[in-house]
Design a protein. Structure first.
Length: 97
């Protein structure tokens, strides 16, 4: 799947008042595959993004969480104390070493 650049400035619309206006915003986002920022009283309120962008956002957040958790692991202690069970070494499947 090819995604447009995330660096493109999103469109902006004033907060829709009627359901049909919300439908127009959703159609715009889906058709152009470009986020739209919804404003209320002249201030940015929320962003409506194409669904494929949500996966990118979630992936980025997951990656950040992995990096955060990795930073707090005592790797030296883990190397000394966390060993695979003997069952892992048994069997004929290929081993990574």
């Amino acid at each position: 799947m090819t995604l447009p650049s995330l660096l493109v400035e999103p469109g902006r619309v004033d907060e829709p008042c009627a359901a049909s206006e919300y439908s127009e915003v959703l159609t715009l986002v889906a058709a152009e595959h470009r986020p739209v920022i919804v404003r209320r009283n002249g201030e940015d309120l929320a962003a409506v993004i194409p669904l494929e962008y949500l996966e990118l956002v979630r992936e980025g957040l997951a990656r950040q969480e992995v990096e955060r958790l990795t930073a707090v692991i005592d790797w030296e202690h883990a190397r000394k104390t966390l060993q695979p069970s003997q069952e892992w070494f048994n069997g004929d499947e290929p081993k990574p070493f």
